[in-house]
Design a protein around this ligand. Structure first.
Ligand SMILES: [Zn+2]
Ligand SMILES: [Zn+2]
Length: 270
């Protein structure tokens, strides 16, 4: 029996003798089945072929990635506060050295994830650190592995530890969530956004229903995402991937990015 992991999106499923027939996350319009057809792996196989990379992003914030790249290729972020550590988003590979290193830093007080593409092996992580996983209830149908560690929340915001707030912004997924870190960016505030506000190479952000299939959101949906984060003070945005950061003036850039997007949707081009 293995808890099989989809190699395209990194999602782990319930333990079974044989791999699942298909991956519901990849069968959805927001993802895709890899060109070679549906493939599966296991944590044991991943541990033999991959390792975890650590990068300090700023004081109190460490990025955790997988090398060579695996699945969608996102990195998780370890947010360190005086009240405890939160893992923001998740990655499929959890190796023993990472377990020991995070334990040495005080373990995890909780895991919070922006949307189902990054649910990955969250149950393994929660079991290793005996901590809750905070997921928005609007995306409950995409939880592929049950666990008593999963704590669904509803409504528009949820305070986590001191200075950390989960904000439901929607868009890419109905429960699309971002994390506001009030002490980030030297006290000017940071927003950790996953794919919900996607940091693009120009240093702006974008918003999509499906990134791989280039299916945009409506003007109303983009306005709702922008309105959800507008009340918060933040100078920096950390997107889903290493190197995708809006380093400063991020609140104004997010607002301008939403306005540009909506204007473009309403522009007829020849
Ligand atoms: Zn998948
Ligand atoms: Zn996504």
């Amino acid at each position: 029996m293995h808890a099989y992991i989809c190699t395209t999106c990194g999602t782990q499923y319930e333990r079974s003798a044989d791999p699942p027939v298909s991956c519901a996350i990849c069968d959805d319009e927001r993802q895709y089945i890899g060109a070679g057809g549906q493939r599966w792996t296991t944590v044991a196989a991943l541990r033999a072929s991959h390792f975890t990379t650590w990068r300090q992003k700023e004081p109190g914030l460490i990025g955790l990635g997988t090398s060579p790249g695996f699945g969608i290729g996102q990195r998780a972020l370890l947010v360190r506060t005086p009240a405890g550590n939160i893992l923001w988003d998740c990655i499929s590979l959890l190796d023993q050295s990472t377990v020991e290193a995070i334990r040495a830093l005080g373990g995890l007080a909780g895991i919070a994830i922006s949307h189902p593409h990054y649910y990955t092996t969250m149950v393994d992580w929660a079991e290793a650190f005996d901590c809750p996983i905070h997921l928005h209830e609007a995306d409950r149908q995409w939880q592929m592995r049950r666990s008593p560690h999963i704590q669904c929340w509803g409504g528009d915001t949820k305070p986590l530890l001191d200075g950390l707030t989960l904000i439901r912004a929607g868009g890419h997924y109905p429960g699309g969530t971002v994390l506001h870190w009030g002490d980030g960016a030297d006290g000017k505030g940071a927003l950790l956004t996953g794919d919900i506000l996607q940091v693009v190479p120009s240093g702006w952000v974008s918003f999509m229903w499906s990134f791989p299939n280039f299916i945009p959101l409506s003007a109303g949906s983009v306005r709702r995402v922008a309105a959800a984060v507008a009340p918060y003070r933040f100078d920096r945005i950390y997107g889903a991937f290493f190197g995708r950061v809006v380093p400063t003036d991020a609140a104004a850039i997010a607002a301008r990015s939403a306005e540009r997007y909506v204007a473009s949707l309403q522009t007829e081009r020849e």
